[in-house]
Design a protein around this ligand. Sequence first.
Ligand code: SAM
Length: 192
Amino acid sequence: MGFFNWAAPAFGHFADRWSPESIDEISGWLEPYLGGERRVLDVGGGTGALASRLSESTGARVTVLDPTPEMLRYIPDDGPIEGVVGTAEAMPFPDDSFDAVIVTDAFHHFRDQPGAVSEFCRVVRTGGGVLVVELDPAGVVMRLIVLGEKLLGEPGAFFTPDAMCEFMRVHGIAGNCAVIRGVSYRFVGTVR
Ligand SMILES: C[S@@+](CC[C@H](N)C(=O)[O-])C[C@H]1O[C@@H](n2cnc3c(N)ncnc32)[C@H](O)[C@@H]1O
């Protein structure tokens, strides 16, 4: 987790990159999955910038799980969202704790992606949602980014949209992928 330890101040200053349109879009994908308790887990949620916006827009109780305390320390203690130190691969939550899991710009950092998806299926109730926003590694610019991440010691384990859908299906989450804009795409799926 070395990279995020030292990069946390930059994320703290620039992480709130979410436009009102993107918050509406993400809230719309989450809404069908939010049951009565409206519990959402943001895995690799870093500074909590997205979690805080989603909490405002959906009224959900959002928990941010992240292994980097330097990122989590940007979450106000007295705010509506909770930060928890831990990894996607070994979550400190009981089964069926959430209605939905969201992962933005973090899935390619997970060192054991099948283990992480298995944890999504465990902590999200049956019929709950999994939303992953990722970057498509096809194309020259993205290949340079993959290389850069690897040089920084990160896994850089990106999927194309088709590969993401197939990977999720094989690991128990049926869903679909759609391009959002540029090289960004989203996977939305349901836990069986
Ligand atoms: C590029 S930041 C993205 C932060 C936030 N989701 C966003 O979209 O702005 C990636 C985050 O993933 C976290 N991360 C890295 N490995 C992880 C793991 N195994 N489990 C959960 N989070 C992880 C890092 O600590 C970092 O906060």
